[in-house]
Write a protein that binds this ligand. Sequence first.
Ligand SMILES: NC(=O)c1ccc[n+]([C@@H]2O[C@H](COP(=O)([O-])OP(=O)(O)OC[C@H]3O[C@@H](n4cnc5c(N)ncnc54)[C@H](O)[C@@H]3O)[C@@H](O)[C@H]2O)c1
Length: 344
Amino acid sequence: MFAHISRQIAVRAASRAHPLSSAIARRRLTTTPSGLGSRPVQSVSPLAPIGVEAALAGAPAEPKIFAEFALTDRVALVSGANRGLGLEMALALAEAGARAVYCVDLPAAPGAEWEAVRAHVARMGGGRRLEYASADVRDQEAMWDVGDEVGAREGRLDVCVAAAGVLRAHTDCLEYPAEQFREVVDVNANGVLFTAQAAGRQMARFGNGGSIVLIASMSGSITNRDHAWVSYNSSKAAVVQMARSMACELGPRKIRVNSLSPGHIYTTYVPQTAQATARAIVDVMTAAYLDTQPELLDKWSSLNPLGRIGRPDELRGVVTWLASDASSFCTGSDILVSGGHHAW
Ligand SMILES: NC(=O)c1ccc[n+]([C@@H]2O[C@H](COP(=O)([O-])OP(=O)(O)OC[C@H]3O[C@@H](n4cnc5c(N)ncnc54)[C@H](O)[C@@H]3O)[C@@H](O)[C@H]2O)c1
């Protein structure tokens, strides 16, 4: 077990230098393990030999596909993870083997749903744990402090999911109030940048590379029919471009950055105080709309080829893929998971 992990670390270290940093490395020819020929090698899978190469090398016939998705011993930070998609994705990362997933959200203390998920993760064993940190993603200094603290406690930070986001009520674009526009952009664009910085600075500090997943939306590249959401849509388009831009800057440091753009997903929210109930209508993503306008469920469902909206658990696979070595050649991409909404 320990020998296996240290071998992985050694191989990862060997493949850490950026391929473009050395023209010599680019030209170097290495014999493949199968001995069937030679070809240029710029990087090596931490699980090598793998795939066809393993078969040709006569390696033990053990399936490796799930091992590629494993996050064993890695540390993650997920914003907006007190509930909704952030919490669902934090759990997926823990199930995939992350030893600690730091959930960042606004409330001073996490809610009952988060506590139940934390206990569920603890019962899974393997040293997995969910941690909670209260911070506002709009506060750059506070977010950097959270990142520093995670780095100091864990000695690494490998995965970031920036999921905190807000949607405001239907508002005519010609009358859109400046303050409300700023509020949405502040959380959905500035907050996503500050979250990615908080984690990315630690990834750069520890030198292991990492994967940053910015939660955008299909609304970053399509407009939701009959919904006057100009601030939300604009902020999500910014997130898609932010991922491309950061990916290009951070590639040489082996930090991958992608955006994940869901379609309509029903995220429930049970307000726990009278004040929270009053704010729910402006604060909550889909439940605020579907619970008060149930006819929208049929409408939204009819807008994609699958004829239904999505479940939060339907993002488990894609976020684990993006976070793990299974997506090691994917950066600067926007992954749309919309039930096909964007295709129509
Ligand atoms: N649910 C959907 O249909 C859908 C579709 C596409 C994209 N998304 C995106 O997915 C993400 C999560 O959506 P959700 O449906 O889980 O929403 P949600 O409202 O259930 O959860 C959002 C979380 O973000 C937190 N948050 C808001 N402002 C914050 C701030 N300033 N600092 C820290 N935390 C803050 C909230 O407290 C909440 O826990 C959002 O970015 C959203 O835009 C959702």
